[in-house]
Design a protein around this ligand. Structure first.
Ligand SMILES: CCCCC/C=C\C/C=C\CCCCCCCC(=O)SCCNC(=O)CCNC(=O)[C@H](O)C(C)(C)COP(=O)(O)OP(=O)(O)OC[C@H]1O[C@@H](n2cnc3c(N)ncnc32)[C@H](O)[C@@H]1OP(=O)(O)O
Ligand SMILES: CCCCCCCCCCCCCCCCCC(=O)OC[C@@H](O)COP(=O)(O)O
Length: 377
């Protein structure tokens, strides 16, 4: 292990990274709150400011992936579609098997200049996560309860609100609805069987209603669906803690651009279209598993310095007062103050650990792992 790698695995480094993330995040959340009155006066300006404030938070996690862990990203895509990426609104359909797939998604957003404005159909529980979840309120992220009867109206309304969004955005949709586990796969294949659909080897059966409602409500706003399949080389399954430890990975992303007009408007036809898409995704995954690559040409969009510059800015801003505080604390010699500070730091560390836990599949929801009573129609 090299010196740098040893340094990256040190707990004190993780504490510093997490301290900067947490405190800058809370400061930014506060600034976002201050933009509330502006929404009434100039909504588009408020949105643009929030895109930049949001960037200051999410790019820190991207910086951890790109600059701290040094993870590399290769894109497999049609060269004719490449110039459109980042220059149009799009719905991104991504496989959901990795703990950091959202982070790799963010990295690609960063490289195509749409990180601050990127959107997702996210489970409601994530809106309560401090920093990230709170930031999402101001970025008009669409939340769902994964209960169609409750979601159908709210999701459609939130999507409609994006019609006049002033910046290009990618809207991420994990149609599988939850992360893949052996149990969830088994249950979802039972559902596939009951619906007379071919079984999928690498994906859960996609939930079609969210896709249909998204496509219908973003017609005229988004130009295309980007069908995306993500994998890591050498069968690796990275976690956020691995990234914090500075472990390097290589992500491969296969993207096909599908014009939105080619997707059927009728709900049942749209559902059938999505099922077919997932069967194709399964075959790309099989190809990757067999050969270690996807079909077609590759390109490695370069990482940009902005995420690192942003992190360095917040680190300088926050580490200096922290240093002064620690020095003052030690020189004060007050055991009570020192104990109170240690307790505060421990609470903050536990809080961040809980946030990291939100990304862990082992701590995931039970959504989709219950046997469902099936009627064969
Ligand atoms: C590469 C570039 C990347 C770019 C990245 C861009 C942006 C990044 C931005 C942010 C990054 C941060 C990421 C944060 C990640 C957070 C992600 C999540 O929270 S995922 C969870 C929430 N999202 C979803 O669930 C979306 C998919 N779900 C749906 O669309 C659902 O339909 C729904 C709208 C949520 C409604 O849920 P509900 O449970 O009510 O679903 P359905 O009505 O669809 O379910 C009933 C339906 O499904 C059949 N069924 C039953 N059991 C199963 C099963 N186990 N598997 C499959 N199907 C099942 C059942 O028979 C019913 O069938 P039918 O429709 O025929 O009636
Ligand atoms: C600079 C780096 C600092 C790192 C330290 C701070 C880490 C803080 C991390 C907060 C992350 C919160 C964003 C969580 C996004 C999780 C995405 C996700 O994958 O959600 C799962 C859902 O899709 C489905 O849920 P399940 O039904 O599988 O359950």
């Amino acid at each position: 292990m090299g010196v740098l790698q040893l340094l990256k695995s040190q707990f004190v480094c993780h504490l510093v990274i997490c301290y900067v993330f947490l405190f800058s995040g809370l400061v930014i959340n506060l600034l976002q709150l201050c933009t509330l009155p502006l929404w009434l006066v100039d909504k588009q300006l408020a949105r643009r400011i929030n895109v930049r404030l949001g960037y200051c938070i999410s790019s820190q996690m991207v910086a951890a992936l790109e600059w701290w862990s040094g993870t590399e990203c290769t894109l497999y895509t049609d060269p004719k579609s490449f110039p459109l990426y980042g220059n149009e609104n799009a719905i991104v359909v991504l496989n959901h098997s990795f703990e950091i797939d959202f982070l790799c998604g963010w990295t690609f957003c960063e490289r195509f200049g749409v990180l601050g404005s990127s959107k997702v159909l996210a489970k409601k529980e994530l809106s309560y996560v401090p920093v990230i979840g709170w930031m999402w309120y101001f970025l008009e992220i669409v939340f769902c309860k994964r209960k169609w009867e409750e979601d159908r109206r709210t999701v459609a309304q939130s999507l409609q609100n994006l019609h006049d969004y002033p910046e290009n955005f990618w809207f991420l949709l994990y149609c599988e609805g939850t992360r893949l586990t052996p149990k969830k796969h088994q249950v979802s294949m039972q559902v596939a069987e009951s619906k007379g659909l071919p079984k999928l080897k690498y994906h859960l059966l996609p939930r079609t209603k969210g896709f249909w409602v998204t496509v219908q409500n973003l017609r005229g706003t988004a130009a295309a669906v980007y069908d995306s399949t993500l994998n890591f080389r050498n069968n690796e399954t990275p976690t956020l803690l691995d990234i914090l430890n500075g472990k390097k990975y290589h992500a491969d992303l296969y993207v096909r651009r599908i014009p939105l007009e080619s997707i059927p408007e009728d709900e049942a036809e749209c559902a059938a279209w999505l099922h077919k898409l997932y069967q194709e995704k399964d075959s790309f995954q099989e190809h990757y598993t067999q050969t270690g690559r996807y079909p077609g040409p590759t390109v490695s969009p370069p990482r940009r310095p902005w995420s690192l510059i942003n992190w360095l800015f917040w680190a300088c801003l926050l580490l200096y007062p922290l240093g002064l505080l620690v020095a003052q604390l030690i020189s004060s010699g007050s055991i009570l103050t020192i104990l109170a500070s240690v307790a505060l730091c421990s609470a903050a560390s536990l809080g961040v650990r809980w946030m990291i836990g939100q990304t862990e599949i082992g701590r995931g929801s039970s959504y989709g792992d219950k046997e469902v009573p099936l009627n064969n129609n």
